[in-house]
Design a protein around this ligand. Structure first.
Ligand code: PLP
Length: 236
């Protein structure tokens, strides 16, 4: 079994090699280590070995871990489905980026909470490119309308898009969905929506991150490939 440090080193080497082969700058990437199910000590091990961004998908879990991390890091990312009754707890964790805004309703609720605190928040819009009903995300056809509306909310700054690929034994199957997100990004840029930036394209997980890089991703969300298989507790 390889260690977390080895895994991170290998992923970084492969990522740099891929970016160079694509003619992209080798620092044109943010790796978000997805730390769900993993305890603080494991998160700290990753932070000591080259990781500076971490992501969690459940507020309830994050509030029991994030405040207890003693190794410095650059950013905490929220990447899961956000419920309105969890917004205040999430904001206490000072997320650098909430990657998973998927409805006007949740954006409005978030905007209201931020307004009361007189702060702003960077967000990504989660797009359900694969049209799987089990997944969150706005459908691509409605994304531009939704972005116009969210862009008008004063406390939210849209910084890009996030999608989850097709979870499939063959990662190639996910390429068309990554392309779809990239096309949508170009359309949104062409709309020139005030205050909206397409700075981050968050796509690519453990199985498909090299393909995601080929399709333009500049933010990877990697869990299993860094930490090994997750144990969700209970019976195992
Ligand atoms: C769990 C999760 C990941 C990481 O998945 P791996 O396949 O373990 O790399 C990435 N993005 C989101 C939204 C997740 O929930």
């Amino acid at each position: 079994m390889s260690s977390i440090a080895d895994n991170i080193k290998r992923i970084k080497e492969q990522t740099v090699e891929k970016l160079i082969s694509l003619g992209r700058p080798e620092d044109d990437i943010t790796i978000v280590a997805v730390t769900k199910t993993h305890p603080v000590a494991v998160i700290e091990e990753a932070l000591r070995n080259g990781i500076s961004h971490i992501g969690e998908n459940k507020v309830q879990e994050a509030i029991h871990k994030i405040p207890f991390i003693t190794v410095p890091y650059e950013g905490f990312h929220f990447i899961g489905h956000l419920q309105s009754n969890k917004i205040n707890n999430l904001l206490k964790l000072k997320p650098m980026l909430i990657q998973s805004i998927d409805s006007l309703y949740i954006a409005q609720q978030l905007n209201r909470s931020l307004g009361r605190k007189n702060i702003t928040q960077d967000i990504l819009i989660q797009v359900n490119t694969t049209a799987e009903t089990t997944k969150s995300g706005v459908n691509p056809e409605n994304a531009i309308d939704m972005i116009w509306q969210i862009a008008a909310l004063p406390c939210l700054n849209i910084k890009g898009l996030m999608t989850i690929g097709m979870l499939s034994p063959n990662p190639e199957n996910t390429r068309p969905y990554f392309r779809k997100l990239w096309k949508l990004k170009e359309k949104i840029e062409a709309e020139k929506i005030p205050e909206v930036q397409m700075k981050y394209i968050s796509m690519g997980m453990s199985e498909d991150y090299l393909i995601a890089l080929e399709e333009g991703s500049n933010m990877l969300r990697l869990g299993t490939i860094i930490f090994g298989t997750r144990n969700y507790g209970g019976t195992n």
